[in-house]
Every structure is written in C-alpha cells, then in structure tokens.
Design a protein around this ligand. Structure first.
Ligand code: SAM
Length: 302
C-alpha cells in the first residue's frame, strides 16, 4: 500500500470514529440524567422531534474501538478540569438521577466507593451488581475513555431499567484523582477505594506521577472512613513493592492479611473484572494484591 493510501485510510478511520462519537454525544446529552421509564415515556409526543441519535432506541452499548485513546495522560498537565469548590457545591444529581429526591431537592445517598483510574469501567459494572444499594464512582483522567464509560452506563441503565440492579448506582467523572479529591468528598465519606492496575510510570524520574505517594495517601486517608479499605492490584512487581512500601510507612494504614483477602468479595472482583486485569490474565501474567485498612485517627491529630 502506498503512503498516500495509508494516510487516506487513517484519515477515513479517524473521521468514522469522530462521527460515531458525535452521534453518541447527542445520545449522552439526551439521556445522561435519565431514569429511563420516564425518559421513554417523555420522548413521545414531545413538541420538537428529537434527532434520531437522541431517542431511547438509539441507546445501545458503545463500541470501545471508537473511543481508544493514547494510554498515558500526564497527571501534572492542566487538563482544564471542572471541580466543585467544596463537596457541598457538588451536584451529584446529574450523575445519579435515580438517587435524587425531586420533592426534597436532595440526594438520597452519597458516593461510598471510588474506583480511581477506572479505565473502561469493568470493575464499576461488577460493583453495581454486587452493591446495588451503594453509590460507586469511577474517576478517569482520559476524555474519550470517560465518555465510553458514560455511554456504557447509560446503555445499561436503559437495558435494565426494570431490574433490581438497574445501574443507577454507578457513575463516572472525568477528573484527576491526584488533584481536588477533597473537593469532591467529605472527610470519612468513602468506605472503599480501588487502585486497579494503575499506570506504572516505570522511569525513576516519573515515579512522582504514581497514584500512590506519601502525600496522596494522606488525602486518601482523609476521604476514607475509619475501617475503610484501600485496594491495590498490579501486574508490575516493582509498582506493587512501591505501593506496599508507601502504605506501610503511612501511620493511618494497616495491611490486611491473605486470609482476609481470600474471604473478601471485592478482592475476587478486582482480580478479573477490570479490562486491564483481563488482559493480564489472557497474557498469563502475574498479579499482586495489597489491601490496607484505614486506622482510626489518633486523638491528638483531630
Ligand atoms: C492502566 S489503566 C487501568 C484501568 C482500569 N483500572 C483497569 O484495571 O482496567 C490506568 C488508568 O488510570 C487513569 N489515570 C491515570 N492517572 C489518573 C489520575 N491522576 N486520575 C484519574 N485517572 C487516572 C488512566 O487514564 C488509565 O485509564
């Protein structure tokens, strides 16, 4: 194939991906806040006909290949992220419409579980089924990957609108978990935080970009309640040792032993439900787990 043809093929594929995502964006805008029984009923007889991509029929599971994005995003760049001034200013109703009481104008539950760097959302989907009454949030820095997860959740909400596990309890937010976490969550709000196959940042000069550092652990300890758990899993042994070292050194975390890991359902979930975990399994790679309990804050630190 000539260079010209290759270039043409690349441009055509990129245009196709863009067009697909633009259609999906219309669907997302129309149904992001939908509870679905109402959305389907509401769209009939609406005064101005909605574009085809914004009708309930258009809501279907997204195709991942249209959302692929470069693997690494620099957590230190300015991503022009939106974040609330404080947790009280955060409008969660747009992310969890099924948990918003319109009469009282308030949420009926708060986020308790965070999947940090959730990627394509495999763990979130499983958490939705295992904890159907608990609000779970994925945080993801890459735009298109976040959009894929949003579209996936919208499609699942529509498909399972009548089921007990109706996916109204999971959502995703584009954000940098290394910044602004206390802007989203109150002190002690979370019961579990997952760090599944975080970016390894292999080179020594890039270690400061790792998602587990002394400073960040203090922020995680702040948003985690006493007894809450930090879950980590990776296929990179050096990164596992790094995470264990930093968690061991932090006074507010204590490692949970293998017996605890064996009986904990979230450990089973994170082993194979994330896209990265499944890839490691397919390639017959090793996986290392470390889970830590958030200890009570000593009285003189409060
Ligand atoms: C190797 S992937 C793993 C994704 C997913 N947890 C899994 O196991 O399939 C790491 C993910 O973390 C995201 N990420 C990296 N740094 C982040 C940050 N500071 N805040 C939020 N997400 C981040 C990346 O964009 C990427 O999607």
């Amino acid at each position: 194939m000539s260079t010209e043809n290759t270039l043409e093929a690349k441009v055509s594929a990129a245009t196709k991906r863009k067009e697909y995502r633009e259609k999906k964006e219309e669907t997302r805008k129309a149904f992001k806040q939908a509870r679905f029984e109402e959305a389907a009923a509401g769209s009939e007889g609406s005064p101005s006909p909605a574009p085809e991509s914004a009708t309930p029929e258009a809501v279907e599971l997204p195709r991942k290949r249209f959302y692929r994005q470069r693997a690494h995003s620099n957590p230190f760049s300015d991503h022009r992220l939106e974040y609330p001034r404080s947790p009280d200013c955060m409008n969660w109703s747009t992310l969890y419409p099924g948990y918003y009481d319109e009469e009282k104008s308030q949420m009926t539950a708060g986020v308790e579980i965070a999947d940090v760097g959730c990627g394509y959302g495999g763990l979130l989907i499983n958490l939705a089924k295992s904890f159907p009454e608990t609000l779970c949030l994925g945080m993801e820095i890459r735009v298109q990957v976040t959009q894929y997860v949003e579209d996936r959740i919208i499609a699942l909400r529509k498909k399972h609108a009548e089921d007990k596990a109706n996916f109204q309890n999971i959502s995703v937010l584009r954000g940098n978990a290394m910044k602004f976490l206390p802007n989203f969550f109150r002190k002690g709000q979370l019961s579990k935080m997952f760090f599944c196959f975080p970016d390894p940042h292999f080179k020594q000069r890039k270690h400061k970009a790792r998602i587990i550092t002394n400073t960040l652990l203090s922020e995680y300890a702040y948003v985690l309640r006493e007894g809450g758990v930090v879950y980590t899993i990776t296929d990179v042994h050096d990164l596992h040792e790094w995470m264990v070292k930093h968690l061991e050194e932090h006074p507010l975390f204590e490692r949970l032993d293998e017996a605890w890991e064996k009986q904990d359902k979230c450990v089973q979930l994170m082993w194979n439900s994330t896209e990265e975990g499944q890839k490691v399994s397919r390639n017959k790679g090793d996986k290392w787990i470390a889970c830590y309990r958030r200890l009570p804050t000593p009285d003189d630190c409060d």
